[in-house]
Design a protein around this ligand. Structure first.
Ligand SMILES: Cc1ncc(COP(=O)(O)O)c(C=O)c1O
Length: 421
């Protein structure tokens, strides 16, 4: 009974206890406490993840797959265990569906290079107008190489991908629909199930950019309905330089490699090469071994949290932030992008203040209040063009964000408006 009570109390989400696991948050910036509100760009790593990375390098740093010595075998085992952990987090049917990449951008480029080999003029790829440049530029490059056509789903006034024209825009020439699972600017979430059904009905494939959604708890690839999913380690409390491209096994098996090199072949002669089956066919050269081990530790850490409690905490802080900004906005016009009150959204809020450049706000926030905010177009320039904005400020939250961080942001905003007029 005592044990059960202890276990239950350990599981309940306690923001202060979670924040205490992130040593970096104890540091000061310019003599002030740090208030880190840029987690959608890169989230911090808990100390246990930093230690997992260091422990791997301290004890079994070696290359994978090539060696027959003990360290190499252990490194290989750690790397494949990391793949299995990522597969568990994604609810993937098989660890072989997990390809380690350099990050979400790298995963999308891999897909564009691989799928692109089968595409030609007349083929269509459907994106949306709110995509991160990472899910736009690789497809523009493919258009240049292969002459494919890019089409775009529009955006609703409150920052969602507008799916009302989906039936019309997915044609019999559409090969791929590649859209964000959650916007890094508006925070809007995409109803992937509704998209998947129609896309599959038309014989096309669906890729979801999960760079912003993967950080908010384990996923279920079977239920989601996507064919491909990408995310980055550094946004899910893990290291940078690593990410995942997940793909349905039967699709990966029919895909050509995107990059050539060591580690991905069965046999090489001067004339030709035969490739390994997935996932190794897609991992040319030495993979991000230590980073994958760190990513697995991060996913394990996140999965062990009280996820319902975490979701509630994120919602309460997002509400506090939006309410505070709206309150300030009664005196000085503030425009908040994205879904309205009560609608589901990611725990990030982008906003603009009339007459004040977002970079000036971020500078004052950093220099006078110790607040880390992001300002600019957040690698979604076409979306900002659509809104007629040069840029916005973005505050983005994570498991370690506390009410006090939002309080400092809001009082700092009053200060910015006073100083910048
Ligand atoms: C929605 C979205 N997609 C893709 C990316 C690219 O991620 P990375 O730079 O880690 O490859 C980001 C990063 O901010 C993002 O927010």
């Amino acid at each position: 009974m005592q044990q059960m009570m202890e276990r239950t109390s350990r599981m309940v989400f306690d923001p202060d206890r979670v924040a205490a696991q992130f040593g970096i948050l104890k540091r000061r910036v310019g003599g002030m406490p740090l208030h880190y509100l840029d987690s959608a760009a890169t989230s911090q790593m808990p100390d246990c993840v930093i230690e997992a990375v260091a422990a791997h390098d301290r004890t079994c740093r070696a290359n994978v797959k090539r060696g027959v010595h003990r360290l190499s075998e252990e490194a290989d085992e750690a790397y494949e265990n990391a793949r299995a952990e990522a597969a568990r987090y994604l609810g993937a049917a098989d660890p072989g569906e997990v390809i380690f990449t350099g990050g979400a951008t790298d995963g999308i480029n891999l897909l564009a290079n691989s799928l692109g080999q089968e595409m030609a003029q007349g083929d269509e790829i459907l994106l949306s107008q709110l995509e991160h440049h990472s899910n736009l530029v690789p497809w523009q490059m493919l258009r240049q190489r292969r002459g494919v056509t890019l089409r775009f789903l529009p955006v609703t006034p409150n920052g969602r991908i507008d799916l009302s024209g989906l039936e019309r825009l997915v044609t019999r020439n559409t090969k791929l629909v590649a859209i964000s699972h959650g916007s890094n600017v508006t925070g809007a979430l995409t109803d992937a199930g509704a998209v998947a059904a129609l896309v599959h009905d038309r014989g096309a494939r669906l890729m979801l950019d999960g760079a912003q959604t993967a950080a908010h708890g384990p996923l279920d690839m079977g239920a989601l309905g996507a064919d491909y999913y990408v995310f980055s380690g550094h946004k899910v409390y893990g290291p940078s330089g690593v990410g995942v491209l997940w793909g349905r096994k039967e699709l990966l098996e029919s895909m050509q490699p995107a990059f050539g090199g060591g580690e991905m072949i069965v046999d090489v002669t001067l004339e030709k090469s035969d490739y390994l089956p997935p996932p190794h066919r897609f991992e040319a050269g030495t993979p991000p071994i230590t980073q994958a081990v760190g990513l697995a530790a991060a996913l394990k850490w996140l999965s062990s949290q009280d996820l319902e409690g975490l979701r509630l905490h994120m919602k309460q802080l997002t509400d506090q932030l939006m309410e505070g900004l709206e309150h300030i906005g009664r005196r000085r016009k503030i425009r908040i992008l994205g879904p309205l009150w009560g609608e589901p959204r990611l725990p990030l809020v982008s906003f603009s203040v009339e007459g004040i450049h977002p970079h000036d706000i971020c500078q004052i926030m950093s220099d006078r209040h110790g607040v880390a905010l992001r300002g600019g177009h957040h690698c979604a320039k076409p979306l900002h063009d659509l809104y007629g904005l040069d840029g916005t400020c973005r505050a983005s939250l994570a498991a370690y964000t506390l009410r006090g961080d939002i309080d400092v942001l809001l009082s700092g905003m009053e200060d910015c408006i006073r100083i910048l007029g």
